[in-house]
Design a protein around this ligand. Structure first.
Ligand code: DQA
Length: 153
């Protein structure tokens, strides 16, 4: 990917289905943190790194695909595909189609839950996967993505 060195680096954060309910949803697994709180912290990290960041959440597979296709100005994606992790070849294909680096994150440890969660359609093509650290999965994932993008620039 060629990066225009004069333009600000941009990252798009995508949250998949049911993540809008964080804070209320299965709190024993996902904790009490809300999506707004996670986005606020991600925004602070991005600001401190002079990165522009935008946020998108949807419960709909097609809307997530449209977001990926429409994020032409983004240099990479931080994505928690949520349940689509285990089902969506279409979102995987969209990420490959736009040919941008992405980091896959999960609050819970998807390898230590039900067997169906062990399958990810994203992990083999992600630059990194961070799973099982709660909200810190997002923050670690963002830092990894920023390092990767800055090294490419
Ligand atoms: C999740 C794990 C997925 O298996 C689940 O469907 C989610 C959230 C996580 O962040 O731990 O919705 O992606």
């Amino acid at each position: 990917m060629s990066v225009n060195k004069t333009s600000k680096l941009k990252i798009t954060v995508i949250h998949g289905p049911n993540l809008n309910l964080l804070g209320k949803r299965e709190t024993k697994i996902y904790g009490h943190v809300t999506l707004d709180e996670i986005n606020k912290k991600l925004h602070e990290i991005a600001l401190s790194e002079n990165i522009e960041i935008s946020f998108f959440q949807s419960n709909h597979e097609g809307a997530i695909i449209d977001c990926i296709q429409d994020s032409l100005e983004s240099h990479g994606f931080l994505i928690n595909p949520a349940a689509f992790t285990h089902t969506s070849i279409a979102i995987r294909d969209a990420l490959l189609a736009v040919n941008k680096p992405f980091v896959e994150v999960h609050l819970s440890d998807i390898n230590n839950r039900e067997d169906f969660r062990k399958i990810s359609y994203f992990s083999d093509v992600a630059i990194s996967v961070v799973s099982g650290l709660g909200e810190n999965s997002y923050y670690k994932g963002l830092k990894t993505l920023i390092d990767h993008i800055k090294n490419e620039a």
